[in-house]
Structures are given as C-alpha cells and as structure tokens.
Design a protein around this ligand. Structure first.
Ligand SMILES: [Zn+2]
Ligand SMILES: [Zn+2]
Length: 553
C-alpha cells in the first residue's frame, strides 16, 4: 500500500517506465496528472487487496468462479487508471457479429462447451473440439501481437475480432477456474481432449513471440559481459520495452496457470497414473514459469493470480517449494499485487520447504531479498522473514549462496549478503558451534544500523571494475572538487574498453576503500583531511543534525 506507483509498473508486464514518460518527468502537468492517478489508484488498492484474499470456497460453482476472478478484474481496473494495453481491441473490433471462426467465436464456444453445455447428451463430441479451439485462440493472439509489435501482417488478422484483449483472458480464466473447482469435469475434459489437449496444456513451450526472445538474448549477452556498462543496460532495456508490448502469453497465463493448479490440487494418493503424470508436469511447468526472471516478466500478475491456491495451502506450497518454486514465492512477495498474501505464506513456511533448492534457485531468492531492501528500506533486513530466510539458507546450504549473492550484479544492490558472509566467517568463539538464528538476528540488526559511510565502503569493495567507473559519483570521497576524483574522471575518459590497466584500477579501488568517515556522524567519507576541510561548510548542518539524533539514542 505504501507504493501504489510501483504497483502500476509491475502489475502488467508492459508497464515498465516508457521513454515518453521519462521525457515528461520535467513537465508540471505530468506531475499533476500523476498525482491524480495516484489518488485514484489509492482508492482502488484496498479493493485489490480484498479481492486477492477471495478464495471462492463457498457458494455455487458460478459464484465461486466469480469470487476467484474478481482479483483479475480489480487488477485490470487498477491498471486501467494508467491506460492498460489489455483494454486494446483486436484488428477488426467494429464488426457487428462475431467473425465465423474468429477469436470471439472460439472463446465463446470454449466457454459454452465447458461451462454451459457440460452434462448434456453428446458432450464428449463437443469436448473433443477443445484442443482445436484452444490452439486457434493461441494462434490468433500470436497473429495479433506480431502485427502490433512488429507490424508483421498475416491473413488471419481478419479473425482478430475482439473488443478488449482482457475479455479473452478473463473468459479463459473462468473456464480454467471452472475445471479447477469441479474435478469430475476436469477428468471428462481431459478424457475427451486426449493426448492433444495434454500436450497443449502441459508440454508446449510458452509462446512468448520472437520479439521477447530477441530481448532475452540481448539481456543475457549484456549480463554475461563483465565489461558491460550502464549504456548497454539501457539499450537492452529499450529493446525489452518494445518487446513488452507482446502480451500473447500474458493473456493466456491465467488459463494455463489455473489448469496447472487444477492438476496439482486434484492429485491424490488414489489418483490414476494419468492424473499423477499431469500433476508432475504441472508442477514442473509452474516452477519453470514462475522462477525464470524473463518468463516471470512476460506472464506478470496473471500467473501470480492463478497461483494463489498454491500459496494458500502450506502442504501444497511446501511441495511446490521443494520442486524448485521457492524463489517464486519470494518474487511474488517482492513484486506482485499479492504481496501480503505471500507475506502470510512466508511467515508460515516450514524449514523443510528449503530442501532441494538448486544454486540457481538460491541465487534468485537472494536477488529477490535484495530487491525487497531496495524497494522498501534496509530495515526489512531486521525482520523475521528476512532473518529466517538467511538462516534457513545457511543451515541447508552453508555460506556459499550468501557469498555468491555478495558478489553483486548491479551497483544499486544492497550489500547485505556480502556483509553477512564476511561476518559469519569470523564469528567469535565458541568456534565449534555453528552460528545460530540469534547470531543472524544480531548481524542483520547491526547491518540495518550501520552508518551510511560504512555501507558505502562495503558496497565499493564489492563492485566490479566497470561498476566502480560507472559509480564514481555515488562512492568514495564526497568533497566537491576532490582532486583525486578529478584525476580519476580524466582516467575514465581515456579508458579503452577491453584494455585493463592494473595500476589505474588499484588507484580507483583505493580512492573508495580508503575514504575515512566523519567521526562525528559517520555519514560521509573523505579521501584526505584536506578534502574534509573543504567540505565542512556544506556538511556541517547535516553533521550537527545527525550528531544530535545519535546522542538521543
Ligand atoms: Zn577527496
Ligand atoms: Zn559528519
């Protein structure tokens, strides 16, 4: 609730800050309209939260489906305030009747076959049409977004006849919920749909589209290049931004998610071998989709919405975590409109849920924890969820994941894991006893109370060379006109990518690591006494303020 704006930009995959929005940041009108948007959003937020808790566990089947899909409606209502691409029409929205064999026709037919005509004579013949219809829907979404994002023209565009893209997603979501809440119907559908339906639901790769695939490749290349700079990351971000307009997978995410959850929830000891296989595939698929950083962004909150039943049940969640899904729970705690739901799940999470994590999964978890600190405040590090997570990770996997997370990828990441690993290695005796939860609690409390200048020094120690060059302004000596900084800036300008100069790099490293903190307040640091004298008139008011605050403690 404290950050309605960040929610705008996370609720839909394509809602990351557009270039025009960045350009308008200097415009007063922009700020006034942003204020109005924020006010509107704050009114809707409580409704979103209420909807996120609706489990649909009582009433008729239709009521339960309505309850469960309210969260999707509210999410779109919230996103609409800033203009959601999910409200875009198809290519031929103004036709009076649905185009035969078009999207509206197919979606309505799926809904009719599964929800309205179920139980009537001849249902098996009708249900057997589902694989064809679902593939047709997937295909038409692809045709539409290939045109929308890449202006690629396809003859089937004439079948893209919907009024709002969201309606396609919502109708399929309700079909998925219907099958999830009514196990005999799910069995009938799977029996009639056969192998073809199983492949569609549980084996086919997610259709992310060529544009997103390209964006993922560029992003991976930039991440793998140790010398990549901010400008490379910005360029990769712009490609991703353009690709983000492809919502084909996002629109289907509710349905795919609901179906996978259905297979997982319906598995019993007495299940048939088919049902067991479906459940197994469903877990694998959900883990993969929900923990991959790139797919997660593609699927957005639709997937989180569909996964709520997993988060509601501790036994199901524990199994899901042990299959590799633990990182998804942390991710949704940090970055979804289900954060308080996930917070409750994390508080109840048994330690055994930490078993069987891969190093990739642990890396994803630590990334999410860092993001949480960045997003809210360092004080989060001193809360039970954070302490438990670090302690469980340590008891199951030792120092390695903490150390690995301590080598940060981005200069903006907090240094909490570096700090933890650094101090855990040198905890005072008794040396034979392993660190306890209380030790973690103390260390993390100390971390949150650490003076700013010291946090910076840890941060500097932990940056890559190109990170240090990029961040000269955020670290090291804070005196304006620091002569050493001026020299380093000159050296930076002369730098040639690919050519390493050890002496220069050492000089750079020392400028940041040897800076001495102001003894009175600990908030600023300088490379020399001369620099401190120069900066004193600027620093004095801040210093006195913090000195007084410290005295009161
Ligand atoms: Zn200096
Ligand atoms: Zn000071």
């Amino acid at each position: 609730m404290s950050q309605p704006l960040s929610i705008f930009f996370t609720i839909m995959p394509s809602m990351s800050m557009p270039a025009e929005l960045l350009a308008s940041l200097k415009d007063d009108n922009f700020w006034r309209s942003l204020e109005a948007i924020t006010k509107k959003a704050e009114k809707v937020m409580p409704q979103v939260t209420v909807a996120s808790h609706k489990r649909g566990d009582s009433g008729t089947l239709d009521q339960r489906i309505e309850d469960r899909s309210e969260f999707a409606r509210m999410g779109v209502k919230l996103a609409t305030i800033t203009g959601s691409p999910l409200l875009d029409p198809g290519c031929v929205p103004n036709r009076q009747l649905p185009v035969p064999n078009g999207m509206t026709h197919c979606v309505n037919l799926v809904n009719k076959i599964v929800r309205k005509d179920y139980g009537r004579p001849g249902q098996r013949v009708e249900l057997a049409k589902l694989p064809y219809l679902l593939k047709r829907i997937r295909h038409l979404l692809r045709v539409f977004y290939d045109f929308k994002v890449g202006q690629r023209v396809h003859p089937d565009m004439v079948f893209c006849d919907w009024e709002k893209t969201f309606d396609v997603g919502l109708t399929l979501h309700q079909v998925g919920l219907c099958l999830q809440l009514d196990p005999p119907r799910l069995r009938a559908v799977m029996e009639a749909g056969g192998r073809e339906l199983e492949v569609f639901l549980l084996d086919d790769d997610l259709d992310v589209g060529d544009f997103r695939k390209t964006a993922m490749i560029v992003e991976q290349r930039v991440a793998a290049d140790v010398e990549s700079e901010d400008s490379d990351r910005v360029a990769a971000g712009e490609i991703e931004q353009a690709a983000g307009k492809d919502l084909a997978a996002h629109v289907m995410a509710w349905f795919y998610g609901d179906m996978s959850v259905a297979f997982i929830l319906n598995e019993r000891a007495e299940s048939t071998p088919d049902e067991k296989r479906w459940a197994q595939k469903a877990v694998k698929r959900l883990v993969q989709w929900s923990t991959s950083a790139t797919l997660r962004g593609t699927l957005g909150d639709s997937l989180t919405d569909a996964m709520r039943p997993i988060y509601w049940s501790t036994p199901v969640l524990t199994k899901f975590c042990q299959a590799g899904g633990l990182a998804a729970l942390f991710g949704d705690w940090v970055n979804s409109s289900c954060r308080d739901l996930c917070e409750e799940a994390l508080k109840e999470l048994p330690d055994v849920a930490w078993r069987n994590q891969t190093s990739a999964s642990l890396a994803a978890i630590t990334r999410e924890l860092q993001a949480k600190l960045n997003q809210e405040s360092v004080e989060i590090a001193d809360t039970p969820i954070f302490i438990d997570a670090c302690f469980s990770m340590y008891t199951h996997y030792g120092l390695a994941p903490l150390q690995k997370a301590g080598r940060r990828e981005s200069p903006q990441d907090p240094v909490v894991f570096y700090y933890l690993a650094h101090h855990l290695k040198r905890l005072p005796p008794p040396a034979n006893t392993a660190p306890q939860r209380a030790d973690f609690a103390h260390l993390l409390a100390d971390y949150t109370a650490m003076p700013r200048s010291m946090q910076k020094r840890y941060g500097w120690a932990n940056l890559t060379v190109s990170g240090r060059w990029d961040c000269l302004d955020s670290y090291g000596c804070e005196a304006e006109g620091c002569p050493e900084k001026a020299t380093l800036e000159q050296l930076r300008a002369r730098r040639v990518r690919g050519v390493r100069e050890p002496a220069v790099e050492r000089r750079l490293e020392e400028w940041g690591s040897k800076a001495m903190a102001c003894k009175a307040c600990g908030r600023v640091a300088y490379c020399s006494a001369a620099c401190q004298r120069v900066h004193w008139p600027t620093h004095k008011p801040e210093c006195l303020k913090h000195r007084n605050a410290k005295r009161r403690l």
